[in-house]
Ligand binder design. Structure first.
Ligand code: NAP
Length: 482
């Protein structure tokens, strides 16, 4: 299957090597084995990709919305036809268990279907001005050529969440996938090519020098939009670069999600929700529950039951069907997770289960529960990006909200309670873009995904998702009766 995955750059409808012929390797995090080598785009390749996107923009914007919709719908069908290939490829290059990779194929493909449906629903308005002297015509135009920079943790979904609405809106694009996981994006691009996406609309430049290759594109006046998913640190830098030409930006950045369990919660349901919110993608998700904030009356029960569930999980290579938890993406990530655990323990936390890397090949880390974590432990302030659940306690609702909001991040929060009025208070008080009530996962292509505070700007998915790729144009028209 790997032999069938393209390994080149895709520019102006052509697969080709990089200008220098250089490549970089892609590895399997479960074994460290090299999977493939991929063309390594240079600054000149990046410029060629933007040339192609800019040249295609005018013609693409003029295509019928129905034509763009049908292309997206055909891509949705084609991705599902090749679901097993996509799932295996993601498991190989990223590490997630096959069952989760299949889930991502469904989730990622759904953006193609959702935006095929939205492509034909873009509308405007016509109205008389209040004084009756002019007419107001408001319509939507594609933003223009976009640059997409995507992370390694959800290689398919993070790509389709940007590519699908851009195609629907009539934008052309240059995509720079993560160096650790470019293969899934390359297979997706091949599928889009096969269903008839015209040359130049989508161009892909894997590169091992992300900053060097993308910086000139961000300051190129032909680029009209940057959409980035990744860390807050890199996002801040890209926002600063984007300020030079006041580029439109969407920023899907890091998170530090609180997971609140109130005294009236169904604790068993909260534990099941915690397993999903914490361990989906081995904890390597921006939406991963990072801080478990539990009412003091149920904290012991919650910790004991969560630790028991964590201990029961099968840790192993994602490609083995019975694996429930795969490896972390690389050695550096695993070291970071372990350092956070050691820092918490040194500051008084109790390791209820786990707390160690798993010996042997690959970057596996034992699912871990920590209790008695002190408020200033680093693990409560940094993205863990690993299978570690630090538990702290709260006294009352006001205290819970104060602790939950005490972070510069604001992507998502999870709340377990059976009190309806409290769920509404939480939806008003918690400073996040998204909130899960008695659920451990909120991501849905039909819903607006995104954060507040330093978790980002803009929304992906839902009715809002296509707006990120549209400009509003107002036309004032003289009184037709004058
Ligand atoms: P990252 O290090 O910020 O990298 C993300 C992407 O940016 C990669 O393609 C990377 O290329 C590229 N990049 C790095 N430095 C760059 C620079 N100076 N200029 C231009 N591009 C640059 O993040 P990551 O480690 O891949 O992903 C994990 C982070 O993403 C976490 O913080 C997570 O919370 C966040 N995330 C957020 C969302 C969301 O929707 N809010 C979703 C998923 C992930 P290389 O691969 O070559 O380094």
């Amino acid at each position: 299957m790997l032999e069938a995955v393209p390994a080149g750059l895709y520019i102006g409808g052509q697969w080709r090597p990089s200008e220098t012929g250089n490549t970089f390797p892609v590895h399997d995090p479960a074994t460290g084995r090299e999977l493939a080598v991929v063309a390594d785009a240079t600054v000149a390749d990046g410029a060629a990709a933007l040339d192609a996107a800019a040249a295609a923009q005018k013609g693409w914007a003029r295509t019928a919305p129905r034509e763009r919709a049908e292309l997206l719908r055909a891509a949705f069908d084609a991705v599902l036809t090749r679901a097993d290939d996509f799932a295996l490829l993601m498991t190989l290059e990223m590490g997630k268990p096959l069952a989760e990779a299949r889930g991502e194929v469904t989730y990622g493909a759904e953006f193609l279907r959702w935006f095929s449906e939205e492509a034909v629903r873009v509308s405007g308005r016509y109205a008389a001005a209040p004084d009756g002297k002019t007419r107001l015509l408001v319509h939507k135009r594609p933003v223009g050529p976009c640059l997409f920079i995507t992370p390694w943790n959800f290689p398919l979904a993070m790509a389709t969440r940007k590519i699908a609405p851009a195609i629907a809106a009539g934008c052309t694009m240059v995509v720079k996938p993560a160096t650790l996981t470019p293969l899934t994006t390359l297979l997706l691009v091949q599928v889009l090519e096969q269903v008839g996406l015209p040359p130049g609309v989508l161009n892909v430049i894997p590169t091992s020098r992300a900053g060097l290759v993308t910086a000139p594109l961000i300051t190129d006046p032909r680029l009209r939009k940057l959409s980035f998913t990744g860390s807050t640190e890199v996002g801040r830098r890209l926002l600063a670069d984007s300020a030079q030409q006041v580029l439109r930006t969407s920023m899907e950045l890091g998170g530090n999600a609180p997971f609140l369990v109130f005294a009236d919660a169904d604790v068993d349901a909260a534990v099941e929700g915690a397993i999903v919110a914490k361990l989906r993608n081995m904890g390597e998700a921006c939406t991963a529950a990072n801080r478990f904030i539990v009412h003091e009356s149920v904290a012991d029960e919650f910790a004991t039951k969560l630790a028991a569930r964590m201990r029961s999980l099968v840790v192993g290579p994602g490609s083995e069907e019975d694996s429930q938890l795969g490896p972390l993406i690389d050695q550096e990530s695993r070291d970071k997770v372990h350092n956070l655990v050691q820092d918490a323990a040194a500051n008084g936390a109790t390791i209820v289960t786990g707390g160690q890397p798993v010996p042997g090949n690959g970057y596996f880390y034992a699912p871990t529960v920590l209790t008695g974590v002190s408020a200033d432990a680093r693990i409560l302030h940094e993205e863990i990006f690993g299978p570690v659940a630090p538990i702290t306690t709260f006294r009352d609702e006001e205290h819970a909200v104060e602790v939950a909001n005490s972070t510069e991040y604001g992507l998502v929060a999870y709340v377990y309670t059976r009190d309806t009025a409290r769920t509404l208070r939480m939806s008003e008080e918690l400073e996040t873009g998204m909130l899960g009530i008695n659920v451990g996962v909120v991501s849905n292509p039909a819903a607006p995904f995104g954060g507040v505070k330093q978790s980002g700007l803009g929304r992906e998915g839902g009715f809002e998702g296509i707006d990120e790729y549209l400009e509003t144009r107002y036309v004032g028209v003289a009184d037709p009766y004058a």
